[in-house]
Design a protein around this ligand. Structure first.
Ligand SMILES: [Zn+2]
Length: 169
């Protein structure tokens, strides 16, 4: 109820979850050879960092979209402690990113598609339970669009017989 009143009050200046996720999807679409996953970091309803997954591009298996926007955000804002930080990502975070999201004191996390293989906010494991965190989690935002971009990527890989169909986190 409070949330509803709040969002109605700010309806002209505040973007909603779907609009932020649409920005994360735009980022995902720029991933080229990388798995199309995009993330947006938001502070007080302003986007402060945006990235796609760049594991292949940077030859760094740790360069998941979420990790990149967290590091960019920390560089810009310093500590997230006491700040109203939300992270939007097109796919449910893996265990590494879920732990990083909790450790960096992000308040709310929103993801699009559920990841039954590696998802660490409820699908495979629940990192918030493991780390005893009260972070707010919501999945399924623009879920169809977020799954579709991944499915299309794998379909294209198979068509190219690229030989990289084994997915790793
Ligand atoms: Zn990750």
């Amino acid at each position: 109820m409070i949330f509803l009143l709040h969002s109605r009050f700010h309806w002209q200046t505040t973007m909603n979850n779907e609009q932020f996720m649409a920005l994360a999807l735009e980022k995902a679409a720029t991933s080229q050879n990388d798995l199309p996953i995009g993330a947006i970091l938001v502070c007080d309803n302003q986007v402060i960092a945006a990235s796609s997954n760049t594991k292949e591009k940077t030859s760094n298996p740790l360069n998941h979209a979420e990790k990149i926007v967290i590091e960019e955000g920390l560089k810009k804002l310093g500590d997230f402690r006491g700040k109203n930080i939300k992270l939007y990502v097109t796919l449910e975070p893996c265990p590494m990113c879920a732990a990083a999201i909790i450790l960096s004191r992000i308040k709310e996390v929103y993801f699009g598609a559920y990841d039954l293989l590696y998802g660490a906010f409820g699908s495979k494991i629940n990192m918030s339970q493991i780390m005893n965190s009260k972070i707010k989690i919501q999945g399924g935002i623009l879920e169809d669009e977020c799954s579709k971009i991944l499915k299309n990527y794998f379909k294209q890989l198979r068509e190219e017989e690229y030989g990289k169909s084994e997915r790793t986190p």
